[in-house]
Design a protein around this ligand. Structure first.
Ligand SMILES: Cc1cc2nc3c(=O)[nH]c(=O)nc-3n(C[C@H](O)[C@H](O)[C@H](O)COP(=O)(O)O)c2cc1C
Length: 355
């Protein structure tokens, strides 16, 4: 058997990735009316030219209320669907797969642009009333508890956005269920204080995510992989905090409902203790999920060098390395890694003289 390395292909349903390097979703706060534009084409396009196997777009709202700021991307109307098409096409022309990260920010919505301080934006200044699993204060704002009918509407928004993702030509969909956003606001008891079928027990708290996954799976092609990003832990020491054991259980349930791949991230309600942040600090989450379930697993968090990334893949600790900030510094991470590790990869013909 050939040993695995960073440039071994990976197959997710009918989608073949040329290597094990993914560009992690990164909000750019550069969209207009939810539409991606030239910035997104060049930003995502450069990383495709740079040889990643998979590009996951920034979190893309399924409805206007799902945004963080008014400059986030969206996929709730036809204009946005059209605006994604040339970006998807360019990335795919480079032999790179592209997934859209679908998302609802819930109680963390209605903020000003980061260049204006990323502060809660009140309704009288163009913001909106944020809603969540419960009226638990987060980021200084107390959201309104969602009714069962509103939960149903949001599930439907994910379904409609998934259909638009297929229409726009995306190879895959990642549902963002981490980082303190709406799905996480349901499965973590830190925020979820409901007394109905969506709160209380583990089964009730994960219900909103599992039902949405089931509905989305029904409207996307059988061959299209469905990915989910979770926060494997809350990075909180309280009794309500979400645990890694619960993440392992959730991951298996998601896999049983048609999810092909989990990225194990962390946090979202509290800042991570800086002393705990070191290269690969979230890798133990991916290892636990990979070892205890049959779902393919990605790791994210301070993966910055080729040897480290190759070690993660070749020792089977994770199936994919998902890299964010290093890709901001170095869009050509994958091409440089192939050179450093002395493993062949295809160089775009236009760039051959540089590598
Ligand atoms: C500018 C920026 C924007 C981000 N936006 C998103 C996002 O849209 N969705 C998401 O799941 N994570 C987002 N993240 C988190 C990253 O995907 C990643 O999980 C985190 O930065 C840790 O990985 P790294 O150490 O490789 O940067 C963002 C991170 C950065 C730096």
């Amino acid at each position: 058997m050939k040993t695995l390395n960073l440039f071994s292909p990976l197959t997710l349903r009918n989608l073949a990735l040329k290597n094990r390097i993914a560009v992690s979703p990164m909000q750019m706060y550069s969209a207009t009316d939810g539409k991606p534009g030239n910035w997104h084409l060049v930003h995502l396009g450069s990383r495709a030219v740079g040889g990643a196997g998979l590009i996951i777009t920034e979190c893309t709202a399924v409805s206007p209320e799902g945004m963080n700021t008014l400059s986030d991307t969206g996929l709730w109307n036809a204009e946005q669907t059209e605006a994604w098409k040339p970006i998807v096409k360019f990335v795919q022309e480079q032999g790179v797969a592209i997934a859209v990260q679908l998302w609802h920010s819930g109680g963390k919505g209605s903020h000003t642009h980061p260049n204006e301080g990323f502060k809660p934006m009140p309704v009288e200044h163009g913001g909106w009333v944020t809603k969540s699993s419960s009226a638990t204060t987060m980021s200084g704002v107390t959201p309104v508890e969602l009714t069962i009918a509103e939960i149903q509407t949001i599930k439907n928004d994910f379904v409609e956005a998934a259909k638009r993702a297929v229409e726009a030509g995306f190879d895959s969909i990642e549902m963002h269920a981490g980082h303190g956003y709406l799905f996480h606001q349901f499965y973590s008891a830190v925020i979820n204080k409901r007394n109905d079928i969506y709160g209380g027990s583990f089964e009730n708290r994960i219900r909103f995510l599992v039902e949405t996954v089931q509905e989305v799976r029904k409207v996307i092609p059988d061959g299209m992989p469905l990915l989910v990003r979770i926060s494997a832990v809350d990075y909180l020491e309280t009794e309500e905090a979400w645990t890694l054991d619960e993440s392992v259980r959730l991951s298996q349930i998601l896999a049983d409902n048609g999810v092909d791949f989990i990225t194990a991230s962390g946090g979202g309600f509290a800042f991570v203790d800086k002393s705990k942040v070191h290269p690969g600090y979230q890798l133990p989450f991916a290892i636990a999920i990979k070892q205890q379930t049959n779902v393919l697993t990605g790791t994210v968090g301070m993966i910055t060098d080729a040897a480290q990334a190759n070690q993660i893949i070749s020792t089977g600790q994770a199936d994919l390395v998902v890299i964010a900030r290093e890709f901001l510094r170095n869009p050509y991470f994958a091409l440089n890694a192939s050179k450093e590790l002395n493993i062949e990869t295809e160089i775009p013909w236009q760039y051959k003289r540089g590598f």
